[in-house]
Design a protein around this ligand. Structure first.
Ligand code: PXG
Length: 445
């Protein structure tokens, strides 16, 4: 990549922007400003090249600044910048839904559009409640999430999520009627597993315990990420997801897969449901849907769920839910252009062909002092560091900062460094990413 650095002026004032999920004071004292991006790289405002090891935030699967997407969005904005989708429609919304349905597991061919992962999750939870009610089982209202799960920051997603920092401040505002399965991270049994960990399928049986406690007649749905991302990459033990599916089937409970990070090729097929051969009832997506270019999310529903709503008078609204920007024309244009790129460049299956090199690369970090686990699947990798005594998270945060100084962007959560590069990554860039990370970890106290 030999793009010319364009000088970008430092903003005069960093005070007004209240940054999300950021240590604002630390950042504003030491700003890391990104000014441009192309392909596998960002450039900082002072012109330094930074290899993107995390696809922005798990979203830029086809690499940065794709002109096909920019052109499609520009053309759409010049043709019709907005059109309502409440009691109206516009053609590319329907085209996009059909294209998405064709990528999804066979029976998941109904698509509800949102603007983010958080909205997708809240939408899926509401569809689950309304579905049961539509079939005369309106008492099925409880949800089951999982410890360490991340389902965005809406009240619903936060409640079924299981990350304590995201929950503790809002404890009294949690949605009622939610239980959590145990998470599946167990370094003692599974440390340094390559791919899926062998131990832990039985943890899915905890669902039976919760069913025995509440009775299946009260439970609407179970929601899990097939692979947890935000919590520091937690993989499903071999057989675990199939077991969850079986228990849900037996008890008339919907299974929701949150595929916000695993969707759109991250682990070698369009969706994790296909990789793990487990079809959920609802699937939440966002991020890679538009390559991160325009905010958009989508909830995929089994046809039987949609059909359950299509009762009653034909002129009546079946689901009182939707967003002003559901299927926004610019987002639809971005998504269609993104799907074209994915198809043309084979990106939705590219992670499968790179995954063994990726696995070898990330596992080469085993043996470095302070590395207590390495995890990988598809084009996802994580390195867990021993926390500093009394200062959890600071070691990995320092690794993140040092990597950025050395021209590599990784993601830090707790004492875990996560990596999820754009799916266009080349083998030499995998080497650069992992070698830089290894050198930085070796040099950190
Ligand atoms: N579900 C999952 C599984 C996610 O990973 C969301 C829902 C929420 O999406 P929105 O678009 O509302 O942010 C996410 C978001 C990280 C990281 O550090 C992960 C996310 C966002 C920011 C950082 O891994 N995932």
């Amino acid at each position: 990549m030999n793009a010319q650095p364009t000088p970008v002026l430092l903003p005069v004032d960093l005070d007004a922007f209240w940054m999300p999920f950021t240590a604002n004071r630390h950042f504003k004292a030491n700003p890391r400003l990104l000014a441009r991006a192309k392909g596998m790289y960002y450039w900082t405002q002072d012109g330094r090249e930074v290899l993107d090891g995390v696809a922005g935030l798990w979203c830029v699967n086809a690499g940065h600044s794709r002109p096909e997407i920019a052109d499609a969005v520009a053309q759409q904005l010049n043709t019709m910048e907005f059109a309502p989708t409440f009691q109206m429609g516009h053609p590319i919304a329907f085209e996009l839904a059909s294209r998405l349905a064709a990528l999804a597991p066979p029976s998941m061919d109904r698509v509800f559009f949102t603007n983010s992962g958080s909205e997708s999750v809240d939408t899926a939870l509401k569809i689950a409640l309304a579905y049961h009610r539509a079939r005369g089982a309106g008492q099925k209202t409880r949800f089951i999430g999982r410890e360490k799960g991340y389902h965005g920051v809406g009240f619903g997603g936060m409640s079924v999520g299981g990350m304590v920092n995201n929950r503790k401040t809002f404890s009294t505002a949690m949605m009622p009627g939610v239980d959590h399965l145990p998470h599946t991270l167990d370094i003692g049994h599974n440390g340094f597993s390559r791919g899926l960990p062998p131990w832990g399928a039985h943890l899915a049986n905890e669902l039976e315990r919760l069913i025995a406690l509440h009775d299946a007649s009260n439970i609407a749905a179970v929601i899990v990420e097939p692979i947890s991302g935000s919590a520091g990459v937690i993989l499903p033990p071999v057989g675990y997801l199939k077991r969850l599916r079986e228990i849900c089937d037996k008890n008339d409970i919907l299974l929701i897969f949150d595929e916000v990070i695993t969707g759109f090729g991250r682990i070698g097929k369009p969706f994790a449901a296909q990789v793990f051969d487990v079809t959920p009832d609802l699937m939440t997506t966002a991020k890679g849907l538009t390559n991160g270019a325009i905010p958009m999310g989508a909830v995929f529903a089994q046809r039987k769920i949609y059909d359950a709503f299509m009762q009653g008078p034909e002129s009546a609204i079946e689901l009182f839910h939707g967003y002003t920007y559901s299927a926004h024309p610019a987002a639809c244009a971005a998504a269609l252009a993104t799907l074209d790129i994915y198809a043309r460049e084979g990106l939705l299956t590219r992670a499968a062909s790179l995954s063994s090199q990726w696995e070898d690369a990330v596992h080469s970090l085993r043996g470095i002092p302070k590395v207590i686990d390495v995890r990988n699947f598809g084009l996802i990798g994580a390195v867990e560091l021993e926390p500093r005594a009394g200062k959890p998270g600071t070691r990995a945060f320092d690794v993140f900062l040092k990597c950025f100084e050395r021209g590599v962007m990784v993601r830090q959560t707790g004492d875990v460094i996560a990596m999820s590069p754009p799916l266009i990554i080349e083998p030499r860039q995998i080497t650069q990413l992992v070698e830089t990370l290894g050198e930085v970890i070796r040099g950190i106290d």
